[in-house]
Write a protein that binds this ligand. Structure first.
Ligand code: IPE
Ligand code: IPE
Ligand code: MG
Length: 250
């Protein structure tokens, strides 16, 4: 288990983030600008993701977590929802070999109750078969919501340890959160111009550096990632302390 940023100041902080979390937004607008249907933007979004994974790997990022479908995205037109679910299934199938070749460990985080049985089976198989890989851990958030996560974790914790109903702390809850296997994100990136969290990793983003860019997700790639990481390198992460404590020389 990783220590949380609110329990202790993280010890080892690098210029390159260990964990990057991304809201891949702007696919629909990217397509619209080209007078194409929205789904075309989603397809191109997969290419941008592939390039981002490669770039993260090359930079030495250990964890990349991407938001692919939120718990609120079910509110979209049914055609788009079913296209996205189908795309997810096809991409899982077609990319699994590449993931092995690159030693990528895949995790899917979110509520699995609404997935079709074939998607569920594929997810389980992809996770199990990449579990032993030693490279980048890629987490794809699908039917994920930050509030869902906190509630499911609390329920799971109380089911296993009913005595905690009388009182518990964050260390008790942490093992039940969906991303218990990863340190908290160091850098959050949202493309597409909106400056909001949209119910992504509410708990885990407590001390994450937040980076927003107007670039639409299908245009994102190595150069844009490098720009975000360079910005990150210039932040002073104080975790509640004052500047002089962080940098005694300043
Ligand atoms: C993000 O792009 C992808 C998903 C939410 C699945 P959008 O589909 O939200 O694109 P915009 O924001 O409408 O441009
Ligand atoms: C957030 O994007 C979710 C994903 C990228 C999967 P949305 O496009 O759904 O967010 P809102 O609705 O603009 O906040
Ligand atoms: Mg959007």
């Amino acid at each position: 288990m990783f220590k949380s940023s609110t329990e202790a100041v993280p010890e080892q902080l690098n210029a390159v983030p260990r964990h990057i979390a991304v809201i891949m937004d702007g696919n629909g607008r990217w397509a619209k600008q080209r007078f194409m249907p929205r789904i075309f933007g989603h397809k191109r979004g997969v290419d941008a993701l592939r390039e981002t994974i490669k770039a993260c790997d090359a930079m030495g990022v250990e964890f990349l977590t991407v938001f692919a479908f939120s718990s609120e995205n079910w509110r979209r037109p049914v055609d788009e929802v079913s296209f996205l679910m189908g795309l997810f299934l096809r991409v899982l199938e077609s990319e699994i070999e590449r993931m092995h070749a690159n030693q990528i460990r895949l995790r899917i985080v979110g509520n699995r109750e609404r997935f079709t049985p074939d998607l569920l089976a594929l997810i389980e198989q992809a996770e199990a078969s990449t579990a032993g890989n030693t490279g980048l851990t890629l987490s794809v958030a699908v039917d994920y919501g930050g509030r869902w996560d906190v509630i499911q974790a609390t329920q799971a914790m109380l089911a296993e340890r009913p005595e905690l109903a009388a009182g518990f702390d964050e260390g008790d809850l942490a093992p039940y959160l969906a991303m218990n296997y990863a340190p908290e994100p160091d850098l959050f990136i949202r493309t597409g111009g909106e400056q909001r969290i949209s119910n992504f990793l509410l708990w885990q983003l407590a001390y994450t550096e937040l980076y927003f860019t107007d670039m639409l997700w299908p245009d994102f790639g190595r150069a844009a990632l490098e720009e975000a990481v360079a910005w990150f390198g210039g932040r002073e992460r104080r975790f509640g302390r004052i500047s002089e404590q962080v940098n005694p020389a300043s």
